[in-house]
Ligand binder design. Sequence first.
Ligand code: SF4
Ligand code: SF4
Length: 478
Amino acid sequence: MEIPVISISSPDEGPAPDDFRDHLATVDAEGKRKWVFAQRPAGKWYQARTYTSWVFFAIFFAMPFIYVQGRPLFLFNIPNARFIIFGKVFWPQDFFIFGLTMVTFIIFVILFTAAFGRLFCGWVCPQTIFMEMLFRKVEYAIEGDAAKQKLLRKAPWTTRKIFIKSFKHILFFLLAFVIANTFLSYIIGVKELWRIMSEPVSEHIGGLFSILLFSGVFYSVYAFFREQACTVVCPYGRLQSVLLDRNSMIVAYDHKRGEPRGKFTKKESIYTGDCIDCFQCVKVCPTGIDIRNGTQMECVGCTACIDACDHMMEKTGRAKGLIRYASENGISQAEPLRYTLRMKLYTGLLCVLMVILSGLLLSRKDVDATILRTPGMLFQERGKDSISNLYTIKVANKTIRQVPLSLRMEDISGNIQVIGGDPIPLKQEEEGSGTFFVVIPRNLIRERKTGIRIGLYEGNKKIDEIRTNFLGPLPDND
Ligand code: SF4
Ligand code: SF4
C-alpha cells in the first residue's frame, strides 16, 4: 500500500547531522535553560513501567519497617559505619566483603550496560521513577498536560495561577518530605527516626536539620532540577559513551525505515520513509531530545518515545516499532533484537559474580576473632614438664544475643587458662577481648615454633577455629 506523504524535511538517508551533540537539548543558544514540558505518555510500555513503579514504591517505602530478629532488614548507617544487609550486621572486619561487593557492582554495571544499555535508568532508577511516576503524574493531575502547563507558565499571576502553583508545590514538598524520611530511615532506622520526630526538638536538632535538608534537596530536584540530574550530574549517564557499543540494546530510531522523513497527508501520494515527522517522540521525551538523531547521552531509556511513535504508526496504518528496543547493528542490518551470545555470556558472568558474592555473604561468620601472642613475651616454664604462652583474643559478636565463648585446644593436648575465667562473656553486637595462657606439655614441643589450632565454642557448638603459633625453647641437640 502506498502511504501518502509530502514535505520531506530530511532528504538524507540516515539520522540528522551531529550538530545536536554540540549542545544540551535543554539549553538555548544563550546558555539559558529550556524548560521541558513533556507530554503525558501513554501506551503499553508506559503501562508496564507504571506497574514496575508500584512494585518499586512498595519495596522502597516498606523496607525500613521490615525487621528480622530485632534488626532492620537493611541499614546503611554511614556516619556510624554500621551496615545491615539482609538482617546481618557488617563490621569493619567485613570490609573485604564490601570491597568485593563494590568490585562486583562495578563489573555488573559495565557488563549490564554493555548488553542491555540504560534499562536500569528507564525502569528502576529512583530518580526516573520518582520524577516520571510520582511528581510528573501529580503535575499532570494539577496543571494538566504539557500544552496547559505551557499556557499556565506564560499566564499572568492571577489568583487561579497562584492557587494552582502553590497547591502543586505544597504537594511536591510533602512528597519530598515523605521520600526524605524514608531515605533517612535507611540510614538511621525507623525507630531512631520516630524518636527524632516524637521527642522534644531540643534533643534532636541535628536529626531535624537532616530531615529538612533532605526534604529540601528532594523537593529542589523534583520541582526544579529535574532531568538535569540525569543529563548533567549522574555519573552513570556520562559513562554511557564508553559503556555502550553498537551491539548494546538501546531505545533506537530505525532510520533505515524512517528516513527520509516527511509530513503525513492524505492528499499526496509520495512515499518517503515511515517517519511522518510528527514530533510526538520529541514532545513526550522527559529530557527534551530527539531520538531520531541517534544514541544520545541524555536518553534515559524511558520508552515514552516508543509508545508515542507506535501510536502514530498505528494511526497512519504503518507497522509499529519505528522506535523500539534495538541495537545499532540490529538497525543497520534490519534484524530484530535477539538475545545474543554476547548477552548470554554477560548474563552468565553476572550470575557467577552474584553467586560468589552471595556465598561470601552467607558464609560470613557471626563471631569474628583474632588471636595474637602477647608481644614482647617468649614462653614461660610451668614447673618441669610444661611450657606456656600468653595470648590476647579480640572478638566481635555480630549476633543479637549474648555469646559465652569458650576456648579449646584442637590438635595438640594441652589446656587453656583464661584470665578472668572461662567462658568469656560477649555482649550482643559488641566487641570483647580477653587474655589466656596456652599450656602444653614440654615433651610435645619439638620445634622452636609450633603451629597450633584453637577452637572457639559456644557451649558445645564450635563456631570458629583460629591458627596461631606457640613458642617453645630451642630443642636439645642430642
Ligand atoms: S529519547 Fe525516548 S527513551 Fe530516551 S529519554 Fe527521550 S523519550 Fe525516553
Ligand atoms: S513519533 Fe515516530 S513518526 Fe513521529 S516524528 Fe517521531 S519517529 Fe517520526
